[in-house]
Design a protein around this ligand. Structure first.
Ligand SMILES: Nc1ncnc2c1ncn2[C@@H]1O[C@H](COP(=O)(O)OP(=O)(O)OP(=O)(O)O)[C@@H](O)[C@H]1O
Ligand SMILES: [Mg+2]
Length: 316
């Protein structure tokens, strides 16, 4: 089993975010107050849930984890928050999917720790429900889908970035040990480069490495074995998977290099827009293989090289 890192010190990478969080947590603890509300945004699998659990642990508080679409009514929200103790953390995943009709309630819960309700049918009575002072942590891959007033109610807004190859190699080394497999330095590097900047993908690949080691009785995985496994999994030396390459090829061949709009691209690829926008695009942009322009996505010369084309000026 690969457990999640359990403290900020164990958590590798995201140094800027960690620094900010450390100060905020220490200050909240010293003042004996709940931590300001936190919003994490960034690509899938980069540690939003993990960091939220770490925050609760470092605060010495409980955390309740829910996904936004499960909160349907005001009553659900009230029940959730009133079940918390002072200073506990409510983690709402996919917070951009929170029911719009709940926004007013969540604003007052966040700001004043109360929610107003109206009771009775004929003679309506307004009632204000007092809530424990809690910390809301929201996570999203789509910051732009949160309204500005919602965003502005988070005291700490933290952007998680894709990880560098050297950070991923450090994570890989640690987690390989936990899985009981041995990788050479070269294999660790290859693995890190193939993980698309994402610890979750790195961990998945490590498990595949373990499968191969188990089945073939490998005591150690060197560069050749690492390459062989990745090759069999359809992952190339840029860390691109089949869908990434399909995206690049489609932009290059069907759309003559672009620009092409995301919706059109998704339609041609028969893939869901969100998956392309959240899973594939951030890495392709990070690698400099595509660029976003006001008129859509364009492939770059590096992108063309990555799929084995010589960059031709007419495409660019
Ligand atoms: N910095 C890190 N060091 C070690 N492991 C990490 C790190 N960040 C994430 N992980 C591991 O990667 C996996 C995915 O992390 P996590 O679930 O926190 O991502 P997420 O940002 O919440 O993803 P999603 O957007 O899909 O909810 C977990 O198994 C976690 O333990
Ligand atoms: Mg998560």
């Amino acid at each position: 089993m690969i457990e999640r890192p359990e403290s900020l010190d164990q958590f590798i990478g995201q140094e800027k975010v960690k620094k900010v969080l450390k100060v905020a947590i220490e200050s909240a603890k010293k003042r004996g107050e709940p931590l300001d509300h936190v919003l994490f945004y960034g690509p899938p699998g980069t540690g939003k849930t993990t960091l939220s659990m770490i925050i609760a642990k470092e605060l010495g508080k409980e955390i309740k984890i829910v996904s936004a679409p499960t909160i349907e009514r005001k009553g659900d929200l009230i029940a959730l928050i009133t079940s918390l103790n002072e200073g506990d953390v409510l983690f709402i995943d996919e917070i951009h999917r929170l029911n719009r009709s709940l926004e007013e309630s969540i604003y007052s819960a966040m700001e004043d720790f109360r929610i107003d309700i109206v009771t009775g049918s004929g003679s309506k009575r307004a009632l204000s429900i007092e809530l424990p002072r809690f910390t809301l942590i929201g996570a999203t891959t789509r910051l732009n889908l949160l309204t500005p007033p919602f965003r502005s109610r988070f005291g700490l807004i933290c952007r998680l970035e894709l990880y560098t190859a050297s950070e991923l190699a450090r994570i890989a080394k640690k987690n390989a040990e936990k899985l009981g497999i041995v990788l050479s330095e070269g294999a660790l590097k290859i693995l890190a480069r193939s993980s698309r900047g994402t610890p979750r993908i790195l961990n998945q690949l490590l498990k595949r490495f373990r499968d191969y080691a188990t089945v073939h009785g490998w005591e150690k995985i060197g560069e050749d074995r690492a390459k062989k496994v990745l090759d069999e999994l359809g992952i190339d030396s840029y860390g691109l998977d089949q869908m990434d390459r399909k995206i690049l090829k489609t932009i290059a061949e069907v759309f003559k290099g672009g620009p092409v709009g995301l919706n059109t691209l998704a339609m041609v690829l028969k893939e869901d827009v969100e998956t392309i926008a959240n899973v594939h695009e951030p890495y392709l942009i990070e690698m400099g293989f595509i660029v976003r322009t006001p008129r859509g996505r364009k492939i770059t010369p590096e992108g063309l090289r990555a799929i084995g084309y010589l960059p031709s000026p007419s495409l660019l």
